[in-house]
Design a protein around this ligand. Sequence first.
Ligand code: ZN
Ligand code: ZN
Length: 77
Amino acid sequence: MDEPVRRRIGQDLCRRRHAVTGVECHLPDTHYPRPHQALDGECWHDGLCDKCRGGGTWGSTTCDRCNGVGFTLIAVD
Ligand SMILES: [Zn+2]
Ligand SMILES: [Zn+2]
C-alpha cells in the first residue's frame, strides 16, 4: 500500500507572514495550534482574511485588510 509522501517534519517552515509587520514565522509548519513566531520573538495568531478570503487581493488591488497576506491577526488573551 502506497503511503502519501511525508512532509519532512522540522524542515518545512510555516513561513506565514505577519499581516501588519510582514515578518515571517520561522517555526516548523507543525507548530499548530501554538502561535506563529518570528525570529525576533514576536508571536501572533491569525486566521483567514474575511475580506479577500485568503486570496490577498480585493478586486484588482492588494487587500487592505491583510496587506495581501491573506490572513488577519486574531487577538488572543
Ligand atoms: Zn507559523
Ligand atoms: Zn485580505
